[in-house]
Design a protein around this ligand. Structure first.
Ligand SMILES: Cc1ncc(COP(=O)(O)O)c(C=O)c1O
Length: 415
C-alpha cells in the first residue's frame, strides 16, 4: 500500500506509516475497501475493477480530521480479485508472498533434509527422494504455516490471542509458535485425537477445547469462541498466510532438487485440506521446475482425488474410520482447491494397510518415525498403479507424531 496525501487547507499531515485494508463488499466490477491507518482512523473506499484478475488502481480517499476535509490517495494492488472469498477477504498467494514468508521462516524453521536409500529405490523400482518434514519443529510442516501466520499479526491481535482448530499437528504448530511469541493460544481439537498430540499441545502452553468429531462442527466452535473472546482465527489451510508458510517446503524442495541435480521429478504430497499441496504446487510452477504435484489421500477419504476429476469440491461420506487422523478433512479447501485444480496431477490414494507398510519402510530404510497421515505419499509411491513416469519421485513425509500403538502395529507387520 502506497499512501500519499494531498492536504487541503491544512498545510499537510504526516502520511500514516501503515494502512491495512479489508474488502467488505464485492460487486461484479468493484470492491468496497475498508481502510484503517496507524492512527486507527477508518475509511471506506470504492475500488473499481476494469477486469477481475490482476489490476492496480488508485482511489481517492476523503478523510475528516478536526473538521478539515483532506484528500489522500491510496494505491491498491490486488493479485487476483477472482480469489476473494465469500467474506470479502483478499485470498491470493503470489510467489513474492511465498518468498517473503520463506525468508522470515528461514531463521525459525529447520531446513529439513532430502534423504534417499538404495533399499528404498529398489523397493519402489525407481529413485525416491524423501523430504523429511517429520523432522520439523513440533514434528510436522504445520509449524511453518503457523509461524508465518503469527509473524503477520498486529500488536492488538497478539495481545488478545489466537485460536485454531486442528486434529493435532496444526494445533502443535500454532501452540509452539504462540508460546515463542508470548501469545495466548486456544486450540479446538477432536476428543479422539491421539493422546500424544493433545498432551503436546497442552505442553506448548495452549488451552485445549475438545469436541466430538463427526457430531459437532469444529469450524462453528472455533468461530464462536473467536468472536466471543476477540481472538484471531488461524485456519489450518484456507488462509493465504498459512499457504505461503507451507509453501516454504516447496522452495526448499526446488533448491534441494537442483543441488542434487534432479531435473525430471514429480512431487507426491499428502493432502488434507490442501494447504501444503497448494503451496508446493505454486512454487513448482513459479520456479519453472517442470515438476507436477500429485496429492495423496486415504482410499476411503479421497475427496481431493474425486474433486480433481469432477472439477468441483467433493465431500467424504464420513470423518472417521482411517488411521490417517491428520488428513481426514471433509473436503478440499475453498481457497486451496482452485490452485490444485489448476496445477495438480492425478490424485493418488493408498489403503491403511499400505500406509502401515510405508511407516515400517521409512523406519527400516531411512530410520525415520512417520505418522500415518505423513506416510501416505510414501505408501502411494510404493503401491499406487497411477504414478507419473518421471525418473525421480520426491515424496513429502509430512509428520512424525505417531501414536505409539500404531507405530508398534506397523513395525510388527510381517515384512
Ligand atoms: C502430518 C500431516 N500431513 C498432512 C496434512 C494435510 O495438510 P493440508 O491440510 O495442508 O493438506 C496434515 C494436516 O493436518 C498433517 O498433520
Amino acid at each position: 500500500v502506497d499512501w500519499s496525501h494531498d492536504a487541503v487547507g491544512n498545510g499537510g499531515i504526516k502520511p500514516p506509516r501503515h494502512v491495512s485494508l479489508k474488502c467488505t463488499e464485492i460487486f461484479s466490477d468493484a470492491v468496497i475497501v475498508s481502510t484503517r491507518d496507524d492512527t486507527n482512523r477508518t475509511n471506506d473506499a470504492i475500488v473499481s475493477a476494469a477486469e477481475t484478475r490482476c489490476f492496480a488502481t488508485t482511489v481517492c480517499m476523503h478523510k475528516s480530521q478536526h473538521g478539515v476535509r483532506l484528500n489522500g490517495y491510496i494505491k491498491v494492488l490486488f493479485g487476483q480479485l477472482a480469489a476473494l472469498d465469500h467474506n470479502g477477504e483478499v485470498m491470493s498467494v503470489t510467489i513474492s508472498d511465498i518468498e517473503q514468508a520463506y525468508s522470515a521462516l528461514a531463521k525459525q524453521v529447520v531446513r529439513t533434509p532430502m534423504l534417499n536409500s538404495p533399499r528404498l529405490d529398489a523397493l519402489a523400482g525407481r529413485r525416491i527422494v524423501v523430504k523429511a518434514e517429520c523432522l520439523q519443529r513440533t514434528g510436522s510442516f504445520k509449524y511453518r504455516g503457523a509461524s508465518h501466520a503469527l509473524n503477520t499479526l498486529n500488536r492488538a491481535e497478539k495481545a488478545n490471542g489466537v485460536i485454531a482448530y486442528s486434529s493435532g499437528n496444526h494445533a502443535q504448530g500454532v501452540a509452539l509458535a504462540a508460546q515463542e511469541r508470548n501469545i495466548p493460544a486456544t486450540i479446538v481439537m477432536p476428543d479422539d485425537a491421539p493422546t500424544n498430540k493433545i498432551a503436546n499441545t497442552r505442553a506448548y502452553g495452549a488451552r485445549v477445547v475438545t469436541y466430538q468429531r463427526g457430531v459437532e462442527s469444529r469450524e462453528a466452535i472455533g468461530d464462536s469462541i473467536a468472536k466471543r473472546d476477540g481472538l484471531a482465527l488461524i485456519k489450518p489451510y484456507d488462509d493465504h498466510r498459512v499457504i505461503a508458510g507451507q509453501a516454504s517446503v516447496g522452495v526448499e524442495i526446488s533448491q534441494q532438487c537442483s543441488e542434487l541435480g534432479l531435473d525430471d521429478f514429480s512431487v507426491l504430497c499428502c493432502c488434507g485440506g490442501g494447504g501444503l499441496s497448494a503451496g508446493i504446487a505454486l512454487v513448482l510452477e513459479a520456479y519453472n521446475t517442470g515438476a507436477q504435484l500429485h496429492t495423496c489421500e486415504p482410499d476411503a477419504f479421497d475427496d481431493t482425488a474425486r474433486s480433481l476429476i469432477t472439477g468441483t469440491r467433493q465431500t467424504n461420506a464420513t470423518e472417521t474410520g482411517s488411521i490417517c487422523d491428520a488428513i481426514l478433512t471433509p473436503s478440499p479447501g475453498e481457497f486451496t482447491f482452485p490452485i490444485l485444480q489448476r496445477l495438480a496431477g492425478t490424485g493418488l490414494v493408498a489403503s491403511d494397510t499400505e500406509v502401515l507398510k510405508a511407516i515400517a519402510v521409512a523406519f527400516d530404510t531411512l530410520k525415520l518415525v512417520v505418522e500415518p497421515g505423513g506416510a501416505i505419499a510414501l505408501a502411494a509411491a510404493l503401491f499406487s498403479d497411477q504414478l507419473p513416469d518421471s525418473d525421480t519421485l520426491v515424496v513429502v513425509l509430512s509428520g512424525g507424531n505417531v501414536d505409539p500403538r500404531i507405530f508398534q502395529q506397523a513395525l510388527g507387520l510381517n515384512r
